[in-house]
Design a protein around this ligand. Structure first.
Ligand SMILES: Cc1cc2nc3c(=O)[nH]c(=O)nc-3n(C[C@H](O)[C@H](O)[C@H](O)COP(=O)(O)O)c2cc1C
Length: 228
């Protein structure tokens, strides 16, 4: 039996009507049904269970490692100098291992102040340790087979051709980040539910039909991705 692992992270506050969480839960349910006993679903709520912000020891250890070129992960602990660096590595290594184990990474990502929530940024900052995703033997990215699925939600509209397109620092950021890490563009799927506040914000009320269509489209795309 070929096994497969889904790493599922939610990063929004967790309001009962969270759109991003509803979308990731829908994906995870369909994914589990599709893979059955072969699938392992790992879920972390980055609000209830936050990733600690980086300490100085993370940066000093990272610099020391960088100076040596690409250091295999198993050798990093031996380079940690003192309890602060050891502690930072102790916080970091399991998250890197978890990402490297995942076949599919599922992220629930609201737009907060034009970009991703700080909860997700804390995870990103911690897992992006120098050289962690480079195969020391080949120089190839260790994430070249990883599939990343982002379920994004934003209160306004930022689609190409709309007035606020240039204010979107959420989806372009995530696209740039994961491709820089070595996730192939064709394995990076970013699905957005737009205009999620159209019901609440009077200035957006006229856009309710667009919001409903955006949500339906997001669900359809995620359903397809969950079973493909
Ligand atoms: C702190 C905060 C900041 C937000 N900033 C923006 C923003 O800059 N642009 C926007 O379109 N919506 C913004 N929103 C609205 C959210 O993107 C929208 O409600 C989205 O659906 C939240 O995701 P969720 O439904 O999964 O909780 C913000 C919401 C919060 C709570």
């Amino acid at each position: 039996m070929t096994t497969t692992t889904l790493l599922h992270l939610d990063s929004g506050t967790g309001l009962a009507d969270s759109v991003s969480r509803a979308l990731t839960a829908r994906f995870a349910t369909a994914w589990r049904a599709h893979h059955g006993a072969a699938g392992t679903h790992l879920h972390r709520d980055l609000v209830a269970d936050p990733v600690p912000a980086l300490g100085t020891g993370y940066a000093t250890l990272g610099r020391r490692v960088e100076r040596q070129g690409v250091v295999p992960l198993r050798d990093v602990a031996a380079l940690a100098d003192g309890p602060h660096e050891q502690h930072e590595w102790h916080l970091t290594r399991p998250l890197i291992d978890q990402l490297l184990t995942a076949d599919t990474v599922l992220l629930g990502v609201p737009m907060y102040n034009l970009t991703v929530p700080a909860t997700l940024k804390a995870w990103i900052d911690r897992i992006t340790f120098p050289g962690a995703y480079t195969d020391p033997a080949t120089g190839q990215s260790l994430l070249h087979r990883t599939r990343v699925v982002v379920a994004a939600a934003r209160g306004g509209g930022y689609e190409p051709g709309t007035p606020r397109e240039a204010f979107d620092f959420q989806i372009p950021y995530l696209r740039a980040y994961f491709t820089t890490l070595g996730v192939p563009a064709e394995r990076l799927h970013i699905v957005a539910a737009e205009l999620t506040r159209a019901d609440d914000v009077p200035a957006l009320n006229d856009l309710k039909p667009l919001a409903a269509r955006s949500l339906t489209d997001a669900r359809t795309t995620l359903d397809e991705l969950a079973t493909s």
